[in-house]
Design a protein around this ligand. Structure first.
Ligand SMILES: *Cc1c(COP(=O)(O)O)cnc(C)c1O
Length: 365
């Protein structure tokens, strides 16, 4: 039996520190924003290589506010990859702008830069690459296209805490980025959480105002904002976890390397490729197999935790039928939807567990 993720193991390893930090929030009754959240922001900004981090309620609200800070509005178009978690597209939709999809690259599974220019129109305002599964998108060509067409770049870094592209941290390469601290993410809260990161002072200030009902000064609402504030308890948990994130990331990377070695010559399994430019942080260990659904079932029956990220690309989701796409429009994304299988991946995953998963996978193929 190998679980898909093991959040209990991680809590046990840091329980005294976490309990004390949560206890302090309770003692102070600083339940919303407050010193623990501010402390976390001062730790997270430099971790991403950014001047500012502004903590919010979820990764989705981080992306929403990142788009609003960049003045994305109704009538605008934002280019996103067709293979991503739906939140990327939803956040664009919340602003009234239209998500315009492009296919992903067949090896990196991130936005294919060669497909972007054909999707640009007079309404395009931004490109939102996703660092999918913990692998950075190919940012240099994306940034060059954005510069050429005067577009904002918003990184969806929800799966890429600590990931690097040619030595640069995810979250620091575009104009603004959104991170998620959903419990299963590489840096997880004990509830919901998110943050934007940016080097742009204006963008950081706007997000701070918008997360708290649009008021810079309490009750003086100059903008129509949101209740997207981070809870004090989440800030306290994340602040404690910042001391361990690099150790945990190395745990994921080691497990990823071992999977890669053991799967190299397994017929019928396509292991994920770590691109030369990336420090992959293995949020998801995404293999591809032709008979995915039967392999998934067999692994589940053998007690191996598995998942699919994601079975349906954005253009084929019911909620985005209005975009007018059909099967065949984004073939690489569709192939990932049909063949992707996520193997157990978490920092505490042992070599023995990785070997057990691979043995069961061989039987299931
Ligand atoms: C998790 C995730 C989000 C949304 O984050 P939440 O904290 O769940 O709102 C956005 N984009 C991607 C790629 C994600 O994986």
């Amino acid at each position: 039996m190998v679980p898909f993720v093991d959040l209990k193991a991680q809590y046990r390893s840091i329980k005294p520190e976490i309990d004390a930090a949560i206890g302090k929030v309770l003692e102070n009754a600083s339940f919303v924003l407050g010193p623990a959240v501010a402390d976390f922001e001062t730790k997270f900004a430099p971790y991403t290589g950014c001047k500012h981090a502004v903590a919010v309620s979820t990764g989705t609200s981080a992306l929403h506010l990142a788009l609003l800070a960049a003045s994305i509005k109704r009538g605008d178009e934002v280019i996103i990859p067709a293979m991503t978690f739906v939140a990327t597209a939803m956040a664009v939709d919340y602003t009234g702008a239209k998500p315009v999809l492009v296919d992903v690259h067949p090896e990196s599974y991130t936005m294919d830069p060669s497909k972007i220019e054909a999707a640009i129109t007079s309404k395009t305002k931004a490109i939102m690459p996703v660092h999918l599964y913990g692998q950075p998108a190919d940012m240099d060509p994306i940034l060059a296209i954005a510069k050429k067409h005067n577009l904002i770049v918003i990184e969806d870094a929800a799966q890429a805490h600590g990931a690097e592209y040619k030595g640069r941290r995810c979250g620091s390469m575009g104009d603004i980025a959104g991170f998620s601290f959903y419990p299963g993410k590489n840096l997880g809260a004990y509830g919901e959480g998110g943050a934007i990161t940016t080097n742009n002072d204006e963008f950081a200030k706007t997000v701070k105002i918008l997360r708290d009902w649009g008021a810079e000064k309490k009750y003086y609402h100059d903008m129509k904002g949101y209740n997207y504030r981070m809870e004090g308890i989440q800030g306290a948990v994340l602040g404690v976890k910042m001391a361990y994130i690099e150790v945990w990331t190395e745990g994921r990377r080691n497990a990823g390397k071992l999977y890669g070695e053991l799967l190299k010559n397994v017929a019928g399994v396509l292991a994920p490729k770590t691109m030369d430019y990336s420090r992959h942080v293995n949020h998801v260990y995404a293999i591809r197999v032709k008979n995915r659904d039967s392999v998934l079932k067999k692994l589940q029956d053998a007690g191996i935790g598995v998942g699919i990220h994601y079975p349906i690309p954005v253009h084929l989701l019911g909620c985005f039928a209005e975009l007018g796409h059909k099967r065949g429009d984004f073939p690489v994304s569709e192939q990932i939807g049909d063949e992707e299988l996520s193997l157990p991946m978490f920092p505490e995953l042992t070599a023995e567990q990785v070997k057990e998963v691979v043995e069961e996978l061989k039987k299931a193929i």
